[in-house]
Design a protein around this ligand. Structure first.
Ligand code: 13P
Ligand code: ZN
Length: 271
């Protein structure tokens, strides 16, 4: 059996959480990541018949039964993951009854998965239904995106359109736009269901006055989506209280989308 601490998916979680922390996206225990793993690959590092603990889920995840995820722990600080992955991360399998998870590794101090697991697993179900190659769900609290929530309308068309105008490549990176939810109580099945509903059409979902979710086939895709939104939100926050002298026009946005061959939300433009 190979050493789990050398597994590429553990190293990826360490590197990504460290990066997110240093970018200021994940203060204290803010943010969480879940990563759908390949059973065969995990089997090279762990005895899959050995369950450390069974933990109730509090919602039905039958559609994911047997699937294995590596997930950040609740209350755990992203800055600490790289120094103690076995305490701050867990590898879990969705039990056959869909009501519990079987802990295969991690949460060494008796901890458990993120309080946002409903939003994560429900989003995995939604994304897998439209893109069977999706693997990552990532949540964080990026500073400028959050700041923008307080001064910009929380309307998905307007929010997306403003961000598309902020950097030339935004419409190419997230042509499908950004779903926006109003402020809702976090850590609940209700916000999980609302997020998952948005995830059927968006890879990015803003949680009003809380943070953002991004998904992808790879860690780079999910990270890159959030990173691009955050950059655009930063430009917006740096410029929104000054007169706008120049802007990228809607016809230029169309030109970009057509040149790069992306399928963009035409209804998010005012042509
Ligand atoms: P957890 O510590 O439970 O992952 O919660 C952090 C968070 O960002 C809640 O939305
Ligand atoms: Zn959060």
């Amino acid at each position: 059996m190979k050493d789990i601490l050398t597994a590429p998916f553990v190293v990826e979680m360490e590197k990504t959480t460290a990066n997110m922390y240093r970018l200021g996206w994940d203060e204290r225990n803010g943010g969480n990541i879940s990563y759908l793993l390949d059973e065969k690959e995990v089997g090279e590092y762990l005895d899959l018949t050995k369950v450390i603990r069974t933990i109730p889920l509090g919602f039905d995840a039958t559609k994911l039964k047997g699937k294995i995820f590596i997930v950040t722990g609740t209350g755990k600080y992203f800055k600490n993951v790289e120094f103690d992955p076995e305490t701050n991360l867990g590898i879990l399998r969705i039990a056959d009854d869909g009501q519990n998870v079987e802990l295969l590794w991690g949460y060494k101090d008796g901890g458990k998965f993120t309080s946002e697991l409903p939003a994560h697993l429900m989003s995995h179900i939604s994304r897998l239904s439209v893109d069977p190659t999706n693997r990552i769900v990532m949540h964080c609290h990026p500073t400028y995106t959050l700041a923008m929530n307080y001064v910009h309308e929380l309307d998905e068309k307007k929010f997306t359109h403003t961000l598309w105008e902020m950097c030339t490549e935004c419409i190419v990176v997230f042509p499908d736009g950004i779903g926006v939810l109003p402020w809702m109580l976090c850590g609940t099945n209700t916000i999980g269901e609302a997020t998952a509903e948005k995830m059927k059409e968006f890879r990015l979902v803003v949680w009003g006055m809380h943070g953002i979710y991004g998904v992808g086939k790879t860690m780079d895709e999910a990270f890159g989506l959030i990173e691009t939104v955050e950059k655009a939100a930063q430009i917006y926050m740096l410029t929104c209280n000054r007169p706008r002298i120049n802007t990228i026009t809607d016809s230029q946005l169309v030109e970009l989308a057509e040149h790069f061959g992306v399928n963009y939300r035409k209804d998010f433009l005012d042509l």
